[in-house]
Design a protein around this ligand. Structure first.
Ligand code: NAD
Length: 419
């Protein structure tokens, strides 16, 4: 029987492995192998036709050693406890690798949001917020958008939380609409971070961005902003995909036209009629002849089953966990470099941090300021991870986890164990 993919086991495997490489004893880091707090909630929703449906919801604080928990909320039919735990853990490592003063958290509801009306989504969001209310707050745990959620969902969470508190609390969520204290530059921040990571790895390999063949899986928030910024940088994007299909054009896709086409809510690539494009499956897309491959959809897209068929030279993980840990050694042996998710897609959480800082200080930064600060944080983190990989002669994933684990372990050491 095929082994069921468990992302939390992947997380533990990598934590144990890098802890060993750093020479830690188990008691130095055992605390970091367990989520601090897990909440499972039932979310009853009155549907438009008057029936009641009950959805499963979760919120996990993986670590609050370095600051409040921080992480997105996912609405997807595959959400489950193990996945939320893993995603929460990844957030703790992500916040540590870019050195923002947060721990890690994550939440989700097991629901296919495409099957719900806007009003049903609003009711679901309000009830879910009420159910997790005791463990969220600007100093406790600050949710943000993830797969299937967006700025509008954050606005509803902020409003619901504020109603319970009796006053507006913008700092309870990030990724909000600008009118509610959202930060300029937040929507594109994850994509901008992926662009910076891609640009920096090409620089280390002495490769010019201009004309570099690039493939992007997923055209949601992250994939589309990444496509726009890499296209502006001059990379040649030869294929992109969404859940409906992949599209391919050897001499480069017309990215502005595709983004314009996808800007209408609910539009899918299968209906795009660009000149000279070929429709391909997501499987074919991952296996294309290319220099850069950017998985920006879901986890476990590259695993033991297809790692030998990947032809890219560099994989930049825009999604969380798109390369299963079991695929890492295969890719390494084949000379394929992987820029890991906790570094490559951390732009979102960095600008979320800037948003929270602005909310707490009642300030609104200019977008140039946001982008310049993001650039500084991302380049510094990239350099630290790259230097560690040379020092320890290991993959960028291992070195990113080492940089992060050292920071978390050091925070635990100075705080001590209560009581
Ligand atoms: P999204 O919901 O906006 O977009 C997801 C995209 O993936 C869509 O284009 C969808 O059609 C496509 N997709 C879904 N299932 C697919 C499949 N089976 N095959 C191919 N494509 C598929 O989500 P997003 O916010 O862009 O997030 C994408 C990934 O990036 C997730 O792993 C998320 O955790 C991660 N991430 C997001 C942020 C953020 O700021 N939004 C930050 C860090 C990491």
């Amino acid at each position: 029987m095929e082994k069921v993919y468990n992302p939390y086991e992947d997380l533990l495997t990598i934590i144990d492995s890098v802890a060993g490489m750093l020479g830690y004893e188990e008691s130095d880091y055992s605390v970091i192998r367990y989520p601090e707090r897990e909440l499972k909630v039932s979310v009853p929703v009155e549907m438009d036709d008057g029936t009641i449906k009950v959805f499963e919801g979760y919120r996990v604080h993986y670590s609050t050693l370095r600051g409040p928990a921080k992480g997105g909320i996912r609405y997807h039919q595959d959400v489950n406890a193990e996945e939320v735990k893993a995603l929460a853990g990844w957030m703790a490592f992500k916040c540590a690798v870019v050195n923002v003063p947060y721990g890690g958290g994550k939440g989700g509801v097991k629901v296919d949001p495409t099957k719900l009306s806007q009003k049903e989504i609003n009711r679901l969001t309000r009830r879910y917020t009420a159910m997790i209310l005791p463990i969220i707050g600007p100093e406790i745990d600050i949710p943000a958008p993830d797969v299937g959620t967006n700025a509008d969902v954050m606005a509803v969470i902020m409003d619901t939380y504020s109603m319970f508190k009796g006053h507006s609390v913008p700092g309870v969520v990030t990724g909000k609409p600008i009118q509610l204290g959202g930060s300029l530059g937040r929507t594109e921040a994850t994509g901008r971070g992926v662009m910076i990571a891609t640009r920096e790895i090409l620089k280390k390999l002495h490769m010019e961005p201009k004309g570099t063949p690039t493939v992007i899986q997923g055209m949601g928030n992250v994939g589309s902003q990444t496509a726009r910024l890499l296209n502006e940088l001059g990379l040649k994007i030869i294929a992109v995909s969404d859940v409906s299909t992949g599209i391919y054009k050897e001499d480069g896709l017309n990215i502005p036209e595709i983004l314009d086409f996808l800007s209408v809510r609910g539009t899918l690539l299968k209906d795009y009629k660009g000149e000279g494009i070929k429709f391909i499956s997501n499987k074919e897309l991952l296996e294309l002849e290319t220099v850069v491959l950017i998985p920006a959809a879901l986890e476990n897209q590259i695993n033991e089953a297809n790692a030998n068929d990947i032809k890219a030279k560099i994989i930049v993980e825009a999604a969380n966990g798109p390369v299963a840990v079991s695929a890492d050694p295969i890719l390494k042996d084949r000379g394929i470099l992987v820029v890991p998710d906790i570094l490559a897609n951390s732009g979102g959480v960095v600008v979320s941090y800037f948003e929270w800082v602005q909310n707490i200080q009642s300030l609104a930064w200019e977008v140039e300021n946001v982008n310049a600060e993001l650039e500084k944080v991302m380049v510094k983190a990239f350099e630290e991870v790259y230097a560690k990989s040379l020092e320890k002669n290991t993959t960028l994933r291992n070195s990113a986890y080492m940089v992060a684990l050292e920071r978390i372990v050091n925070a635990k050491k100075v705080r001590g164990i209560f009581p």
